[in-house]
Design a protein around this ligand. Sequence first.
Ligand SMILES: Nc1ncnc2c1ncn2[C@@H]1O[C@H](COP(=O)(O)OP(=O)(O)OP(=O)(O)O)[C@@H](O)[C@H]1O
Length: 322
Amino acid sequence: MSRLSDTGAGALTAWRSRWCPPDFSGKVGVAYSAGADSTALLAAAVSVWPGQVVALHVHHGLQAAADGFEATAREVASRLNVPLQVGRTDARHAPGQSPEDAARQARYLALAGMAREADVSVVLLGQHADDQAETLLLALSRGAGLPGLAGMPERFVRHGALFGRPFLGIPAATLRDWVLEQGLAFVDDPSNTDPRFTRNRIRSLLMPAWQACFPGFRQALARSARHAAQAQVLLDELALEDLQTVGVPPRLSALQALSRARQSNVLRHWLKQEAGAAPTEAQLSELLDQVDACRTRGHRLQLRAAGGRVERADDHLVYRTL
Ligand SMILES: Nc1ncnc2c1ncn2[C@@H]1O[C@H](COP(=O)(O)OP(=O)(O)OP(=O)(O)O)[C@@H](O)[C@H]1O
């Protein structure tokens, strides 16, 4: 094995020891796009979990090049002796939604469905350290709060399936070099260089400039993401405790007894539970002002937030969908 393959297999072994029971013998799905990163992931997974890996490829009906991606996926899976499942999506984007986002949502749904059908315990994704750095730069550029600054988690559940990202600490170039060295075929998705997509502009313009100023910036951003993720866990724990104190729906007098920062944290959490969406910074600030002003019986409170409306009902808040 070359040094680079040690890196991929090492990252998978480390991920496995963090998240899998020691006697894990289930099937491992690899979300395999036929791009360089997930090709490296597939080959490394086969070496770590021989006989347990299933490649899951999503054919995006929208892209003309999708048939070519599937053909390469079939060729490489057969060379690595891995069973391949192909799922089809036809993700049309809703008004106001970006085509990238629609494709991503449809992909996760398809992968979760394929995981259930193939009876795999976990689906691994090929995102790497450059993807994590781009995610953080994107979050910073959009003024994200801690959940955004925490970047991509290395393990999460979506649509009832468990997903993992074991390569978040490995630079893209390392994976690509290794795939080339192995002589494995892969495809370069043309949409990855399309400058209309913000993420691609970050990749082609910002990342090289950042690299020139701070060569270790990927590791530094990854560290910041870990700090933010840890802090977010604490805030979520505090919100759950405070929610017990203020009640569901929250009582005004109990809310007013908390500091503004804690009110903000617990209300954001409550609204996310109720509405499935977080309020904007401006909505939350307005809500806090109104909660503070609600000191007499007759004082009304009404405000649009998180896609619905927050109102006062007797001595507590209620959320109503519009
Ligand atoms: N069509 C697909 N089918 C299955 N998995 C996919 C597909 N597209 C992306 N993925 C998974 O999601 C991860 C991140 O997707 P992203 O679009 O950033 O990667 P990519 O550039 O398409 O491909 P790669 O990461 O393989 O180079 C991929 O590494 C892969 O694990």
